[in-house]
Design a protein around this ligand. Structure first.
Ligand SMILES: [Zn+2]
Length: 99
């Protein structure tokens, strides 16, 4: 298991949803699991109770995101580098009719 930087806030146990405590740069009552998914680092936080029950990640499934590009809906993971950059720069908004 590798160490990884911990965000200062909004850290919740992946399994039970309990908020985990952070002291300085360390998780106080939880473990961080870092997985390598074909070069992409995936960080999972588990509280100590859930880590004792199951120290691994059993039901992870990567989400495939589709979006519209040059007129077609295509999986973003299959776009070329330039189009992926453009996707990252897109801004999401909610039309006023849908609030
Ligand atoms: Zn938990």
């Amino acid at each position: 298991m590798e160490s990884a930087k911990i965000a200062k806030e909004n850290n919740f146990c992946r399994d039970c949803g309990k908020k985990v405590e952070i002291e300085g740069e360390e998780l106080k009552n939880a473990k961080m699991l870092v997985y390598d998914n074909q070069g992409e680092k995936i960080k999972i936080i588990k509280c100590d109770d859930c880590f004792k029950k199951n120290p691994g990640l059993a039901d992870f499934q990567k989400c495939e995101v589709y979006s519209r590009i040059v007129g077609y809906l295509r999986p973003v993971g299959q776009w070329n580098a330039g189009k992926k950059q453009e996707y990252g720069e897109r801004k999401e908004y909610k039309p006023s009719c849908c609030n």
